[in-house]
Design a protein around this ligand. Structure first.
Ligand SMILES: Cc1cc2nc3c(=O)[nH]c(=O)nc-3n(C[C@H](O)[C@H](O)[C@H](O)COP(=O)(O)OP(=O)(O)OC[C@H]3O[C@@H](n4cnc5c(N)ncnc54)[C@H](O)[C@@H]3O)c2cc1C
Length: 380
């Protein structure tokens, strides 16, 4: 067993750590306050090659492994989960097109996504269906050698900025998940538009909002994968997403623990630093133990993915552990800050708000438990 990073992975980690410390971290509070998309950091990520990290070189990317990407996700999230998440979105959309697209679709879209010239979104969740993907109501009707899409999507990251969308629709509601189909829809297509912006508790600055499809016609060439294959294809790409989201939760937990340690050393009460109090020390010890355990589960899942192995249970477990950990650690870290933790003077208040989304997006904790248990029942 070798726990050492390769030279390339170590160098990449150092590069991302430096970028995150110097350029991302000083912006995190402002992004949260203004709720504005950090275009400058998006461009810097493109310059540093971070947007096309896992994209093969033939499409202009760096062709790095998932372990490297997982480490980059953690390092960026340690500074700002928002910046990490827009990188995740870019990576996952590239992967979806790479795995499911025709060569023409890959040539057309991947170089522009990997270079950050264009933003692609995934429009799946609807007002009435999130976890239950088979319950979506957006329809795709075959017409004039193409499909007419109708429906409304909610909570779509970067909805207001999308140049391209992977839209999840059903060609036949009576077929349940076997009717689910993926479509590529480009900005400027009549009937495709952003709706209202969401007003969120945290992870602000990602232009999250609705996507409206109103008699939106797309040609047959815009099918991503075959008719009725969307559910299976979307589920496969979820595994990598769960590793990335788990790493973001881990980076956030790590940042919150570091804030708590710093504060515990500097704040005095009853004649000494609060870090000398056993009750505070136990909180810090639990944070560290949980973080190390989650990091191992995440790294192992990422490594298995790089070996081409199935990681349905591993990715769900890693995401579940890391997201619930982030909620616990930010809560305890805020507690260690006392009243100051409840004020915007310290970053822990933002981290506490940001942590909660990790138990919701990319599959809620309840859904992860369902996935894990189903796999266990098959495996043993
Ligand atoms: C900030 C943010 C960004 C997002 N970005 C995107 C995006 O870019 N694209 C996109 O398509 N979606 C996105 N989402 C949507 C997200 O994926 C969904 O919110 C999530 O899947 C949950 O769906 P829901 O909100 O409809 O909740 P529901 O599915 O209605 O769940 C409500 C509750 O019921 C529980 N529940 C549901 N089914 C079960 C079950 N079978 N067993 C046990 N419990 C169950 C859930 O765990 C949850 O606690 C985003 C959400 C947020 C908050």
């Amino acid at each position: 067993m070798n726990f050492e990073l390769s030279d390339a992975q170590r160098m990449m980690k150092e590069m991302v750590r430096e970028f995150a410390e110097k350029e991302i971290k000083p912006r995190a509070a402002e992004i949260d306050r203004t709720d504005e998309f950090p275009w400058d950091l998006w461009k810097r990520m493109a310059e540093l090659g971070l947007l096309g990290m896992t994209l093969p070189s033939e499409y202009g990317g760096s062709g790095m492994d998932i372990v490297s990407w997982a480490i980059a996700q953690e390092e960026m999230a340690r500074a700002s989960v928002v910046v990490a998440d827009i990188q995740l979105l870019s990576t996952l959309m590239q992967n979806m097109i790479l795995k499911n697209g025709s060569e023409a679709q890959k040539q057309k879209h991947l170089p522009a996504l990997g270079s950050g010239e264009k933003i692609c979104i995934i429009a799946q969740t609807e007002p009435g269906a999130g976890s239950d993907v088979a319950g979506i109501q957006t329809t795709a009707k075959l017409e004039r050698d193409g499909y007419v899409l109708n429906g409304t999507k909610r909570f779509i990251t970067c909805a207001m900025l999308a140049d391209l969308a992977i839209v999840v629709a059903t060609v036949d509601k009576s077929k349940g998940h076997k009717g689910i189909t993926l479509f590529l829809v480009e900005k400027g297509t009549p009937g495709f538009s952003p709706g209202s912006k969401e007003h969120l508790m945290g992870v602000k600055g990602m232009a999250t909002g609705e996507v409206v499809l109103d008699n939106c016609w797309v040609p047959k060439e815009n099918l991503l994968g075959g008719e009725g294959e969307g559910f299976k294809r979307a589920m496969i790409s979820l595994d990598t997403g769960r590793i990335g989201i788990g790493c973001q939760a881990l980076g956030l937990a790590q940042a919150a623990m570091e804030e708590a340690v710093r504060y515990a050393k500097q704040r005095t009460a009853f004649g000494g630093p609060i870090g000398n109090l056993q009750a505070v020390q136990h909180k810090l010890a639990d944070m560290s133990a949980g973080i190390e355990a989650a990091r191992l589960r995440l790294r192992h899942a990422a490594w298995l993915k790089d070996q081409g192995r199935s990681i349905i249970r591993e990715a769900a477990e890693a995401k579940l552990l890391a997201s619930e950990l982030a909620v616990r650690v930010t809560n305890e870290a805020l507690q260690i800050h006392g009243g100051y933790g409840y004020s915007t003077d310290f970053p822990i208040e933002r981290m506490y708000r940001e942590a909660k989304v990790y138990t919701i997006w990319e599959g809620t904790s309840e859904i992860q438990r369902m996935v894990i248990a189903r796999q266990l029942l098959k495996e043993y």
